[in-house]
Design a binder for this molecule. Structure first.
Ligand SMILES: [Fe+2]
Length: 164
């Protein structure tokens, strides 16, 4: 028998704090990635996602409101690790032909982490009877998915070949 009182509501709130923290870290990292990118289309992709990320943070704040909590982040080691790897690439591949391919790979790792989180949060919101929250989380999930697809296209279209 479970001896801990925590429920799916608590888990949902916890995961929300995790991704809220992650988005804020991503918001700080994206301008650096945009600046580091060599191909103008990659810089543009990072800048576009920076604007989207601002909107995603606002959506999360609405979700906090919907569950009657104040927006609050909780340090997420996973995103810090992924962003650190990206930082390493920027340093080690500075001025190298493979830099952009490395940046695309790093950004896709970020997107995939977010897609996993938003997919789970959306499912939990539905289970918890929070359709409005589920809708907001799904909007962000679609945005992250499109960003991931754009990065795949940029990689295919030449950044990877240039790197080779
Ligand atoms: Fe995001």
């Amino acid at each position: 028998m479970a001896t801990n009182e925590k429920t799916l509501n608590d888990l949902f709130h916890d995961a929300l704090k995790d991704i809220y923290y992650a988005e804020k870290q991503i918001l700080k990292a994206l301008p650096k990635m945009a600046k580091a990118a060599q191909a103008p289309e990659l810089t543009a992709a990072f800048q576009k996602h920076l604007t989207e990320t601002e909107g995603q943070i606002e959506r999360l704040e609405k979700v906090f409101e919907l569950i009657g909590k104040r927006p609050q982040g909780k340090p997420c080691e996973a995103i810090l690790g992924i962003l650190d790897e990206g930082k390493e690439i920027m340093e080690e591949f500075k001025g190298a032909v493979a830099l952009d391919a490395g940046l695309v790979a790093g950004a896709q790792a970020v997107e995939h982490y977010e897609m996993a989180r938003y997919g789970t949060l959306k499912t939990w919101a539905t289970t918890l009877g929070l359709p409005e929250a589920a809708k907001l989380l799904d909007q962000t999930l679609q945005e992250e998915t499109r960003t991931d697809q754009l990065l795949t296209q940029l990689g295919d279209r030449g950044l990877n070949k240039k790197a080779a």
